[in-house]
Write a protein that binds this ligand. Structure first.
Ligand SMILES: *[C@@H]1O[C@H](CO)[C@@H](O)[C@H](O)[C@H]1NC(C)=O
Length: 504
């Protein structure tokens, strides 16, 4: 389960290729031979028709000065936007900004903030793409952003942008991702503590800058490897609120889409999902399951072991002996969407327009990113998180639910890498005071325009939703249903039909 495009979408599958016995060595210069992991990572980035680049660590030497602990932001308008067809962008607040990380050496976190096309009192929502290490612009342009990018690199308004019902931020994180800048390898977070501290610091500065939004409801959303980030960030914010640390952030809930959250349960689900969906037969199933037992033991060792390379070892073993073995049988399937193959055209997906667009001079000027290079998916961030992958992030969630913070776990049913079955199992296995009532709640139809778009279980504060005919990138595959899901979930009315009647 890894991330996605959009997740990147680069997913954990990168991992697949790590040699079990060779410690990853970080190579920061371009002259040395590429490490095997990076070669494979590059191959996978190419599967998204993106171009891998080695990160050049340096102090930013552009004219833009971003003081530590401060935000430098500008209103912007994207070039190449066909807004004859839509409302003038001047009517909305669209902002691009950098946050200078405290105690840093020129590290900056980049974000885009789109005020709601509806009401400024709509919730503030942050979106996080996975990877780890993929820029959130992938989601912006191909999933739920205000604009979609066309093959000829113009932008068109997205009728199903999540900015219709929220004031939404797309954040490039961890540092080293997208337009966010790391000056040296050690700036890149290696675990969820680092990720959640950076995000907390950023949000404090953001709400100071945009104090008119601080009373709004606040939600965290994201996909894929963000199933790791989100519980950690929600927990960091909630703890700070309880301790009166900094500006109070009005955290109401968080939503995880096709996430990678509880590796023990999710790795155990791979062979079952593959068998149920005809990716493997029962002989393959029995054979590959022999690798599942040691994989699960290694994941437990990772959880019990605070140091060393137990977590990396678990990742390497499980990817090679479970995930990769299933793919070897399943052939050239798109592991983000089992309805598809990766063999035609550019690979599994073609996200190349975004990269070309973001590297255009006019676009870079509009965004105020100086001379910093855009890194769609960072191999370095991917590698930096190698001991984070196998850690269980479910553990932070029950305490949030007990305090009434709401969680939505949704999954496109055609995704393999962070599949529905693994997500259903960890959510149902989670122990909290509402577990029995949740498990006894009726299995409901999620109706959109009179059609069943998915099914869900819900006992507030917890909702689990399976989205039909969607892969890893739910807002890309089912844009209308995904926007309805967000809209109704925020209102606490997932089951309400357009007519206002409850469906069952
Ligand atoms: C609800 O029931 C359907 C079968 O009718 C099942 O496929 C699904 O997994 C159940 N749960 C959810 C949350 O959809």
């Amino acid at each position: 389960m890894a991330s996605t495009p959009g997740l990147l979408h680069i997913s954990p599958s990168f991992l697949l290729f790590v040699f079990f016995s060779s410690p990853f060595s970080f190579v920061a210069t371009n002259d040395l031979p590429l490490h095997y992991l990076q070669q494979e990572a590059e191959k996978l980035i190419r599967d998204l028709n993106l171009s891998p680049k080695r990160y050049k660590y340096s102090l930013p030497h552009d004219s833009l000065s971003v003081p530590a602990g401060k935000i430098v932001e500008k209103k912007f308008r994207f070039p190449y936007l066909d807004d004859a067809a839509g409302p003038s962008v001047q009517d909305f607040g669209h902002h691009a900004g950098y946050y200078g990380l405290p105690h840093s050496h020129g590290e900056r976190m980049f974000y885009l903030f789109f005020e709601s096309r509806g009401n400024k009192k709509d919730p503030v929502v942050i979106w996080l793409t996975g990877g780890p290490g993929c820029g959130s612009e992938l989601a912006l342009f191909y999933e739920n952003g205000p604009f979609h990018i066309t093959q000829d690199m113009s932008l068109v308004w997205n009728d199903y942008g999540w900015d219709k019902v929220s004031n939404i931020l797309y954040i490039d994180q961890p540092i080293g991702t997208g337009f966010s800048h790391a000056s040296k390898e050690s700036d890149i977070p290696h675990d969820e503590e680092g990720v959640s501290n950076d995000m907390f610091d950023f949000l404090q500065a953001f709400f100071k800058e945009h104090s008119q939004f601080v009373e709004n409801d606040f939600y965290i959303t994201g996909e894929s490897y963000a199933g790791h980030y989100i519980p950690a960030i929600a927990s960091r914010i909630h703890q700070a609120n309880k301790a009166n640390e900094g500006i109070h952030i009005n955290l109401k809930g968080f939503a995880i889409g096709n996430g990678d959250t509880d590796p023990y349960i999710q790795y155990a689900a791979y062979t079952d999902f593959a068998l149920e969906n005809g990716l493997i037969n029962s002989d393959d199933y029995n054979r590959i399951n022999k690798g599942v037992t040691p994989c699960l033991q290694l994941i437990l060792d990772c959880g019990n072991n605070k140091g060393g390379n137990a977590c990396e070892a678990a990742f390497n073993y499980c990817e090679k002996n479970v995930f990769e073995k299933i793919l070897a049988v399943a052939g050239n399937i798109n592991y983000y969407d089992i309805r598809k193959k990766c063999d035609k055209g550019p690979g599994c997906y073609d996200f190349s327009s975004m990269e070309a667009f973001l590297n255009k001079k006019e676009v870079r000027e509009a965004l105020g990113v100086g001379d910093l290079e855009y890194v769609s998916c960072s191999e370095e961030v991917y590698a930096a998180m190698k001991n984070d992958w196998m850690k269980n992030q479910e553990v932070a969630i029950p305490a949030l639910l007990e305090d009434g913070i709401r969680m939505l776990v949704y999954a496109g049913e055609k995704d393999f890498i962070c599949n529905w079955l693994g997500n259903e199992r960890w959510v149902e296995a989670m122990e909290w005071s509402g577990q029995d009532a949740f498990l006894a709640s009726p299995n409901m139809s999620f109706l959109v325009d009179g059609q069943e778009a998915g099914r869900f279980l819900s006992h507030e504060p917890l909702t689990l939703l399976k989205m039909h005919e969607a892969g890893h990138l739910v807002p890309m595959d089912q844009p209308n249903a995904a926007l309805e899901m967000l809209t109704r979930w925020i209102q606490g009315k997932l089951a309400i039909k357009e007519t206002g009647a409850t469906n069952a």
